[in-house]
Design a protein around this ligand. Sequence first.
Ligand SMILES: O=C(O)[C@H](O)[C@@H](O)[C@@H](O)C(=O)NO
Ligand SMILES: [Mg+2]
Length: 382
Amino acid sequence: MKIESVDVTVFTYPTRRVSDSAGHSHPGPESLAKMAMLTITTDEGDCGYSFAPPEVVRPYVVNAFFRKVLVGQDPFNRERIWQDLVHWQRGSAHQLTERALSFVEQALWDLIGRKLKMPVYKLLGGYRDKVPAYGSTMCGDELEGGLSTPDEFGQFAEKLVARGYKAIKLHTWMPPVAFAPDPKMDVKACAAVREAVGPDIDLMLDGYHWYSRSQALYIGKELEKLNFAWFEEPMEEESMASYIWLSENLSIDVLGPESLGGKHHSRADWVKAGACDILRAGANGVGGISPTMKVAALAESFGMDCEVHGNGAASLAVVGAIRNCRWYERGLLHPFLEYDEPAAYLNSIVDPMDADGFVHLPQRPGLGEDINFEYIEINTVS
Ligand SMILES: O=C(O)[C@H](O)[C@@H](O)[C@@H](O)C(=O)NO
Ligand SMILES: [Mg+2]
């Protein structure tokens, strides 16, 4: 079997998620957005799919890298294809991004799973068929009744617990919010949530990513008093020395790196240097499902957890495949948005959660996305 083509279909769909000037998503008026569906097809007619922002898998990336490396290859030679693409990254002038690499690798995994009529999480290891989820909030905002005050975070947290979540992660306020960044406001939101949900719900903070060491230390010490489970990305992750210092000065678990490049290589350095207590990796951030599994194995070798970054089919497949990840990150959530409502191009969401806070792994072959191909065809724009 050989890969015959790699194609991208761009289509429109309605959304009520808007991005702010820092790239963080918030609720907003309904608008028409564009999504790309990446399709890998073999000479036997098998297909694998993934969804990506159109600019990430734009024609230049598909022609200069994806087609050049994949066409003519056996799709089961996934690791060899991935390694070949990684070698192209160095000379790509940063045009072949980790996210682009991730999306084509996810489509390969989807193709393999569909061919074998197996869910990808079982091909990866099949550790469990359901995983506990934490509710991961959107970043704070200035929307009345949204996430604009500590009390509104507390009220939303109560609703999340009533929905079944046994853990909640706050993303607090960041610029362009007028008063952000504000360590004291972050702590007030965390205190309001702890007050609202009581002592038995795990709580985590993922706040402004560029605090100073002293600001991060202040917040971390306050989180210890509130018995938070982990403290995430409070400083620039390019400064591993800052995280070594913070981890040495806090008892709360420091988790990372999330947004740092370097795949499993940089994460090995963080472990060796003692820069974190819990490792982090997500398919989109480290170039795919396979490198995320490599980070999870690295963490396990050092007796550490690897908390997988982000929601979606690829993250869920990894969380279902491994033991050393406590939670599936379900989000991002907001009082004004209904997370359980599928996007127009999907018939159902990939991560339904029961009343006890468990997400059940999809049993459909491949990554498990329930794709509405008819909707995509009708709304295709290129
Ligand atoms: O920083 C962001 O863009 C968001 O916070 C996003 O990465 C979110 O998924 C996150 O940080 N999760 O941990
Ligand atoms: Mg994060």
